[in-house]
Design a protein around this ligand. Sequence first.
Ligand code: NDP
Length: 404
Amino acid sequence: MGKVLIIGAGGVGRVVTHKCAQLPEIFTEICLASRNEEKCKIIASEIDRPILTEKVDADDVAQVVSLIQKFKPDIVINVALPYQDLPIMDACLATGVDYLDTANFEPIDEAKYEYKWQWDYHDRFENKNIMALLGSGFDPGVTNVFCAYAQKHYFDEIHTIEIIDANAGDHGYPFATNFNPEINIREITSKGKYWENGNFVETEPLSVSTKFNFPNPDVGERTIYLLYHEEIESLVKYIKGLKRIRFWMTFSEQYLNYLKVLENVGMTRIDPVNYHGKDIVPLQFLKSVLPDPSSLGVRTKGKTCIGCIVSGVKEGKSRNIYIYNICDHEEAYREVKSQAISYTTGVPAMIGAKMLLTKKWGGKGVFNMEQFDPDPFMEDLNKYGLPWTVKELPENYNFSKNGI
Ligand code: NDP
C-alpha cells in the first residue's frame, strides 16, 4: 500500500521498524535512516524481511530532501529527536510527502515545547496537498485518542481529564532514563503546568504530587507528580467544554534523589560550559555516560500503565471513566527487542502511519490525533499489542480524594 521512510534508529525507531515490517501488505517497502547507519543495520538484521538502511543528518533539510527523492516514500515517520521536527517537515514540504512524529518541536537551546511552531505549517501543508500527523506516540498520541473515544462514546460534555503515566519497570541500574535522557531530563526539570478554566497554571518542578492506586497489582499504589505535557495544549483546543486538564507521572524516590543531585551539581544544565578550551553542554555529556535507553530492554522487568480519567456529563448525569493500557516490559522485549516505553511509543507511530496509508484518517494540513475518528485506531491498538480497558467509575468519583 505504501513505502515508509523511518528516520531515527533509537529505541522507538527499532519498534516502529519491527512493527511496520510485520505488516507487509500495508508497508510494502521500508527504509530506516539515522545519523549512524550502523545502528540501522543492527535493527535491520533483527528482521526477516529486507529493510533498506541509509545515513542521514536530519538537521540538514537538503540531506533529507535527497533521501526522500531517492527512496520516494509515501510517508515519513520521524522518530529522531524533537529538534529534527522542523527540518524534516521542511523536507516533506519540499518533496510533497506526508509526515508523522511522536513528540513536538523543541528548540535545542531552550527547554520549552509547544505546538505553535508546527501548527504554523498548517497552511503550507494544506497548499501542498499533504498531511502532517503530530504526536502519534502514547503520550502524546494514544492519550489523545482515548480522550476522543471518551468524547464520542461516553460523554455529552467532558469537564476534567487526568492523564496518568506510570512506569513500574525496573532495569536494575541506580539511575537511567527509559527514553532519550536529554529530552527526558529537560521535560522533568521544567516547571509543571496544567490548564484550568481557560488559563495555564504554572507550578514549581515536581512540587505537586499525590498517591494513586493503579488498577494492576504489579503497578500498585505509587506517588504521581504533576508535569506539563504537550497533549494538554492540543486537547484544550479540541475537547469542547473542558474545565481542567492535568498530566501526572510516577517517579521512584531513588530516581528523584539522583536527579536532584545531578541538578544541584549543574549536570542538567543545557547552556554550554567551557571545559579544557572546548564548549560542552553538561546535559549532553551526562547523556553520553548514562545507559543507552535502547540497551535497557533486555534487563527491564515490570509493567507500564498509562491512561486517562475522564469526567463529565452524559444524559444529565455525572459520569467518570478510566481508559488505560497495561504493557509488560518483558513481553515487549520478547517481541521486538525493546522495553515497554519504546514499545508503547512505536506501536502507535506504526498505527498512525497505517491510518494515513489506508486512508482511514486523512486531510490536508497539520493535525493532532484527537481530530480524527478514534474507532479504527482503538481497534488497531487491540490488534497490534496495546490492548486497552475502559473502567466505569462511581458517579461520585473524585480523583483528588479517591485515587482509584
Ligand atoms: P533515542 O535517543 O533512543 O533515538 C533517537 C534516534 O535519532 C537515535 O538513533 C539518534 O541517532 C537519531 N538522531 C538524533 N539526531 C539525529 C539527526 N540529526 N539526524 C538523524 N538521526 C538523528 O530516542 P527514543 O527512540 O527514545 O525517542 C525517539 C523520539 O520519540 C523522541 O522524539 C522522543 O521524544 C519521542 N518519544 C515519544 C513518546 C510518546 O509517547 N509520544 C515517548 C517516548 C519517546 P544516534 O543514535 O546517533 O544518537
